[in-house]
Design a protein around this ligand. Structure first.
Ligand code: CO
Ligand code: CO
Ligand code: CO
Length: 327
């Protein structure tokens, strides 16, 4: 999350210049990268939010997978993590323990360690992590390197915002959306190590700004336009059903749409359900990878071999109007 109207304001943070700052606030990449030596840079990122799911252990797993994701998107290895906790005084502390257990188990899977954190009392639970990762300064992958002719690959299905909102409103049950829950719990570690091995031009992870928000950030940072093929975009079938059947959709769909739609051209073959899901805020979404057409097939094969869900969703073209076309 973290990419709503408020984040639009935070996007205009003062620009910082420092010869060792490799990625700062300028490119709307949501992690920062700072070079320590010629061989080593640190990646810093942070994310936290209220429970999107009732089961505390699962929420802890999803929070950690989500917080780790920026490090993977930049081609780094997560090493250290710190808790960010807001917790009501009237709730059973066993709930917090379960959240932290879920998170710690995910960190273990990622090979990162929890070294501390900070907690406050609050009316509503909020949980997340700040994560520090390591990367070689010359191997940092950002959203700014996409080139005309590149193929775009996405590594998770879209629609978890609509699904978690429906869960919250009692319009669906966890058992019916287990694939979406598993998707949010899933680390982007395998996709990240395969793309580092093959060599790619750009990457970002899909979070609260939705698929189109992150495609837009990549297009603008890379000074290109992007064409998406609607028939190739993987939507959770349940999300399509829920967006049609229910009335309370995530508010962020609307704000993302307001912010982005003037720069997006939707072909008339795109249904209104699909259009909504293209703006749907994702939690712990997949990686969006821009790779040269020469390396695309190999990347695809290696991702399949690593059992990463992989979809060609579009391609990068020279900068023009609109910035994004969905056809
Ligand atoms: Co983030
Ligand atoms: Co991100
Ligand atoms: Co403190």
């Amino acid at each position: 999350m973290g990419h709503d109207a408020l984040a639009q304001v935070l996007r205009h943070l003062p620009e910082v210049t420092d010869k060792n700052l490799l990625v700062g606030t300028k490119h709307a990449d949501d992690a920062g990268v700072y070079k320590l030596t010629d061989e080593l840079a640190v990646i810093n990122t942070l994310d936290f939010f209220p429970p999107i799911i009732d089961d505390p252990y699962t929420f802890g797993q999803i929070s950690a997978a989500n917080a780790l994701s920026d490090v993977y998107a930049m081609g780094g290895t997560p090493r250290l993590a710190m808790n960010i906790v807001a917790f009501p005084t009237n709730l059973d502390l066993a709930i917090l323990q379960e959240i932290i257990d879920g998170s710690t188990d995910k960190l273990k899977e990622a090979g990162a360690i929890l070294i501390g954190g900070h907690s406050i009392e609050d009316k509503e639970i909020k949980y997340g992590l700040s994560v520090t990762g390591l990367v070689h300064p010359q191997k940092v992958i950002t959203n700014a390197g996409a080139k005309p002719g590149d193929k775009l690959i996405l590594t998770k299905y879209i629609g978890v915002g609509v699904i978690t909102t429906a869960l919250k409103n009692g319009k669906t049950k966890p058992d019916d959306v287990q694939d979406a829950i598993d998707s949010m719990k899933g680390l982007n570690n395998k996709a990240s190590s395969v793309m580092q091995e093959i060599g790619v031009n750009a990457c970002t992870d899909i979070t609260g700004f939705g698929l189109l928000g992150h495609v837009m950030e990549m297009a603008e940072a890379s000074n290109v336009s992007i064409m998406l093929k609607i028939k190739d975009i993987p939507f959770f079938p349940k999300a399509i059903e829920l967006v049609k059947r229910t009335r309370n959709h995530p508010k962020t769909i609307k704000s993302n749409k307001e912010y982005l739609s003037s720069r997006v051209k939707m072909s008339e073959i795109v249904t209104s359900e699909q259009a909504n899901l293209l703006y749907d805020p994702q939690t712990s979404g997949g990686l969006l990878i821009s790779v040269s057409s020469e390396r695309a097939q190999k990347l695809l094969e290696r991702l399949f071999a690593a059992q990463v869900k992989t979809f060609f969703v579009g391609e990068v073209v020279s900068k023009g109007t609109p910035v994004i076309a969905v056809e």
